[in-house]
Design a binder for this molecule. Sequence first.
Ligand code: D5M
Ligand code: FE
Ligand code: ZN
Length: 492
Amino acid sequence: MREELLAFVSRHGTLLEPAAIEFLLSQRDPIAKVEGFLDSCAETPFLVRLEDIVAAAEIGRTAGGRPSRPGPQPPTSAPAMPASFRRQGDRAADNDPDVRILRDITGRSTCEGTLEDFTRYFRHRFAVLGGMLRRRRELAGSQDISKARRSTREVRMIGMVADVRTTKNGHRILELEDDSDRVPVLLPADSSLAAEAVVQDEVIGVVGTVNGKGLVIATSLVRPDIPNPKAFGGANGHARVAFLSDVHVGSRTFLEDRWSKMSAWLGGSDDTARSIRYLVVSGDVVDGIGVYPRQDEELAIDDIYGQYEALARMIAALPDRLRVILLPGNHDAVRPAEPQPTFPASIQKLFDSHVVFAGNPCLLSLEGVRILAYHGRSMDDLVSSIPGMSYQRPLDAMKAMLRMRHLAPIYGGKTPIAPEAEDHLIIEEVPDIFVTGHVHAAGMDQYRGVVLVSASTWQAQTPYQKMRNIEPSPARLPIVDLGTGQAWIREF
Ligand code: D5M
Ligand code: FE
Ligand code: ZN
């Protein structure tokens, strides 16, 4: 039913907030209920909130008939938008491009980096991910750590990982923390748990028993994960989206000839090329200035606006049917702390109207297909914290993110994270497509119904990457069919 309901609202060009989904699923006929609500709205709202449905039902009951205009105001009334949601563009007619930025931090950053900000940020992370875990059958009846640690029976608890270490005997020990207490949890060397990828600051569930020394011996770990694999929420037509990342315009190692080949193919008569309507560019769109020591020696364009102007010309040369969605990465001219807002007006004005600007990360919809796009800086921390992870295998790191339902779980590593009032790096909604860049490697896979895309790069190996033994796979174009989710990669 959940899938049918989501498909129904998606066809009507609107979204349901999670609480509204749960509410509707508890009703006898969820689709009839939401259809009645939408009929009662003068304009289709961009997001249907629980309170809107409830309010509409109330008005309907008291007035003894359909209200003339209940529900949310039209999307022009920006203050009515819930925090962290914004909207770009109106509902498109068939065949018109349909790009909506559903969620990013742009214009909504509130943090100043105070101690209270940090506390609030982690509380929010714990509340949301802990809430997901509490709904899991394996963790039914879970207890506060202060209570669980005094139990003599099997215990279930939910906490944030304050520390992970490996003992000299190969056991792993986690320090698990919640609001009430903190407890050490042993993942025995002789169980498969010892090999589990557990990272600092992630929120997990633990099932185990407490020994005489107050140590919890774990028998299983539970991740928020994607408990119910979902069907690809396809668009009506067969428009395709192609994924680019790490273009690094302005670098001496930018692969101009490979880009030209791709640009010519997109503008040519190939059927696949002509079916591509959208390009999502997942950050590091230019090489930037002063990103690392002595970068100036590797720049072909040493002016930041000059770099964006060059990119704007490259995009302007692409066919008119394309809409290009640009996200920033760690080389771009926006704040480095994640979540990153989108590009400033001084840069946006260099581009034509085919470009849509988004923050990093960003949840967007293309013809109703939900795409979570993230540059992928946290891969640096995941690769150095999880044994077996590597820059060559970003899809493994992406699966780990989906299991943890977090894009950048490790705080205080290489990924700078701004302690916003809400943790925007939580993967609250399971997307249809999840795309990252940053590691300059191309790949595709799927995980529990989500299409995974590691977008390639348009930069050759840099001296720094050579020193670090990072072998890029440049000039690959992952393409996904928005109707079916079918995916493939084309090399240039
Ligand atoms: O990142 C390009 C590649 O270089 C990517 O594989 C990550 C790696 N990289 C970049 N910065 C670091 C740091 N600080 N530590 C480890 N590895 C790194 P790009 O963002 O394009 O420079
Ligand atoms: Fe990059
Ligand atoms: Zn990067």
